[in-house]
Design a protein around this ligand. Structure first.
Ligand code: AMP
Ligand code: MG
Length: 324
């Protein structure tokens, strides 16, 4: 059952979020589907509720610029933009801080993070009351249009999320502008509520993804696979046997004989597996190299539910990639 909460019930919404629940809330752009951005299982539930076929990176929302900049490496451009446009419909993509508490799944395993301070008074009040950053993509089923009312949210997600905080219709109805500041040239990844001209007035020329091609640290357009995390050790899919020279990504009872094992989900729960996927790939890569292993073998994951997104990510991590 999805609870429909009034603004007066904001403490209830915040408590659900702190407990790892999913709560849709209004922002000035569209309704977001919020979860604790530092809580892997909660973020995995976002993907499950939306029925996303792959793990695209989510925007983390904060009550204050200071809280956002604690999670990323912010430069002068970022601080200038934040001063001018936050709170507001501008998302900044910046290098992830080493000490960031944002879960790897929130950033879909990338080394960058997308951060924003929304202007909607109810969103800000919720962020303050919850006291945690909220990962929040639009609160619709994957492939549907972004919702601008609580009724739209319920049309797609009733019964799939814990609550919707009803703050009426969203004023902008456009998504946030997404600007990549990880390279020397600012790149407009998605046009939105803050016009490009306003950004250019502050920053000078703004580029487009695709104009430049670089490896990690270069560009991060949605769906640009080369920018996604892949382990250094080769990854072998659908393993039915494993040797001592290999590290194993297990799903259910592990195949015997591996040199190292990361269990995605002993009980074969795809949501738990999603929550442990990116941390597992990194750990197996590090541990495997430390032990001098030759590669990582991944056990098959059935393609139901989040299994499809897990397989999509594994296939990309296993694909041959251009030399850096
Ligand atoms: P939505 O959650 O539906 O508002 O969409 C989030 C947008 O931000 C998508 O276009 C994402 O690709 C983009 N985004 C989020 N995080 C990153 C990141 N680390 N690098 C590049 N793009 C990002
Ligand atoms: Mg969306």
């Amino acid at each position: 059952m999805t609870e429909r909460l009034t603004p007066e019930q904001l403490p209830r919404a915040a408590a659900l979020l702190r407990a790892g629940g999913l709560v849709a809330f209004p922002t000035e752009t569209v309704y977001g589907l919020g979860a604790d951005a530092g809580h892997a299982a909660a973020v995995a539930r976002i993907y499950a509720a939306k029925g996303r076929p792959r793990f695209n990176p989510l925007i983390s929302h904060f009550a204050e610029a200071g809280a956002a900049f604690a999670e990323v490496v912010a430069d002068e451009r970022a601080r200038l933009l934040a001063e001018r446009f936050w709170p507001g419909p501008l998302t900044l993509v910046l290098p992830r801080a080493k000490a960031s508490r944002i879960d790897l799944l929130t950033g879909a395993g990338l080394s960058s993070l997308a951060v924003r301070v929304p202007a909607h008074p109810l969103a800000r009040a919720l962020l303050r009351e919850a006291g945690i950053p909220l990962a929040a993509p639009s609160a619709n089923r994957s492939g549907s249009v972004s919702p601008t009312t609580a009724a739209h949210v319920l049309e797609g997600l009733d019964g799939r999320i814990d609550a919707v905080l009803d703050g009426g219709a969203c004023p902008v109805g456009l998504e946030s502008t997404v600007l990549d500041l990880t390279g020397p040239m600012p790149l407009l990844l998605r046009p939105g509520g803050v016009p490009e001209e306003a950004l250019a007035a502050l920053l000078g020329p703004v580029g487009r993804p695709g104009a430049v091609t670089e490896g990690e640290g270069g560009l991060k357009a949605p769906g640009m696979m080369s920018s996604h995390y892949a382990p250094g050790l080769p990854l072998r899919l659908d393993a039915t046997a494993v040797g001592p020279q290999e590290a194993l990504l297990a799903f259910g009872p592990p195949l015997p004989g591996a040199g190292a094992i990361w269990q995605l989900s002993a009980g074969r729960d795809p949501v738990e597996a999603a929550a442990r996927l990116f941390a597992g790939l990194r750990w197996l890569d590090e541990e495997g190299r430390r032990l001098g292993l030759s590669g990582i073998a991944a056990m098959p994951v059935p393609p139901q539910g989040l299994g499809a997104a897990i397989n999509d990510r594994l296939a990309r991590a296993a694909a041959p990639r251009p030399a850096a």
